[in-house]
Design a protein around this ligand. Structure first.
Ligand code: F6P
Length: 335
């Protein structure tokens, strides 16, 4: 049952992630290739509320696959959380003749999409929505991977490698805060990749003595004179951790909050490729007249899942990685 869908909208919402542009490009080109009109909704769900859109064709997405950020802009919409905001959004969908929407973003974006499609159904309007996971946090339960994670990890690693140079020269301790919202995927992955002295993640209850003091002590006894502590923002602020290190260990750490720099930059090959496959799949799902789906990766394969079920899924935190980190930092003779 192909091509019941005549016109779709595509939007990016929530925090931007490198690779969002590649996903938009894939959605537009896949739609055009199937004879489906594509409208770019700007500024996330606000664009539907405010009728803020652009017509897209194959060439309007030329030369963006390598660009960070999102050409459609993004926002977190308070108004869309309310049924009255969604009613305005639905009015725009009707006016533009949209049969489907591809929403590229995180958890909040998908919850918004589901609420919109339910409200549409209640008012007798059929609107198919498909979510594409894009967030540097990699914290979407239903998908092993989210667009932007790889680039953000590489950006953080590049920054921390630079910090290490100066920390080594001055024989200092560095406390680096990385993003990740309530999850520690980014921090742990980056921590392993930079050879951190210690990594603090929200998934593991903090024992300051075990997780920091003891690790610094071991490193010092083994002859090391600089230390790299990576803190996930979901644990504590790097400032607070540095103060405790100062008070309890008696050294004077330097603090770096990597912040939004982790969200920028040209997407890695992995993010471009994943975004292209996910964007393609999202349009395929809509062309098959299937809605309320989330496109996801499972063991490297692209799948699509019922949106309501997918939003209830949780991803087991990979503690094996933590054990790898422990094995790297617990040796007594590290230099
Ligand atoms: O979800 C992506 C993310 O960058 C999180 O890692 C971070 O906690 C949050 O967004 C920051 O949001 P904002 O852009 O609103 O400061």
């Amino acid at each position: 049952m192909e091509n019941q869908i005549k016109r779709i909208g595509v939007l990016t919402s929530g925090g931007d992630a490198p690779g969002m542009n590649a996903a938009v490009r894939a959605v537009v080109r896949s739609a055009v290739g199937r004879g489906i009109d594509c409208i770019g909704i700007r500024r996330g769900w606000n664009g539907l509320i405010n009728s803020d859109f652009i017509h897209m064709n194959a060439s309007s997405v030329s030369h963006i696959i390598n660009k960070g950020g999102t050409m459609l802009y993004t926002a977190r919409s308070e108004e869309f959380m309310d049924p009255s905001g969604r009613a305005k959004a639905l009015a725009t969908c009707k006016l533009l003749g949209l049969d489907g929407i591809v929403a590229i973003g995180g958890d909040g974006t998908f919850r918004g999409a589901l609420a919109l499609s339910r409200q549409a159904a209640e008012s007798g309007h059929s609107l198919q929505v498909v979510g594409v996971p894009a967030t540097i946090d990699n914290d979407i339960g239903c998908s092993h991977y989210t667009i932007g994670f790889d680039t953000a990890c590489n950006t953080a690693v590049e920054c921390i490698d630079k910090l290490r140079d100066t920390m080594q020269s001055h024989e200092r301790c560095s406390v680096v805060e990385v993003m990740g919202r309530h999850a520690g995927y980014l921090a742990l992955y980056v921590g392993i990749a930079v050879g951190a002295t210690a990594v603090l993640i929200p998934e593991r209850e903090l024992d300051f003595d075990r997780d920091i003091v003891e690790k610094i002590r071991r490193a010092r006894l083994a002859g090391t004179t600089h230390y790299m502590i990576v803190v996930a923002e979901g644990v504590a602020s790097a400032m607070d951790i540095a103060k405790r290190i100062h008070d309890e260990v008696g050294i004077d750490p330097r603090v770096t909050v990597l912040g939004h720099i982790q969200r920028g930059g040209s997407p890695s090959a992995r993010d471009r490729e994943t975004a292209s496959r996910m964007g393609y799949e999202a349009v395929k799902v809509l062309a098959e007249s299937r809605g309320n789906r989330i496109v996801a990766t499972q063991d490297g394969r692209i799948v699509d899942l019922d949106m309501e079920e997918a939003l209830q899924m949780t991803k087991a935190f990979n503690m094996d990685r933590y054990q790898v980190l422990e094995a790297m930092t617990n040796c007594k003779d590290i230099l």
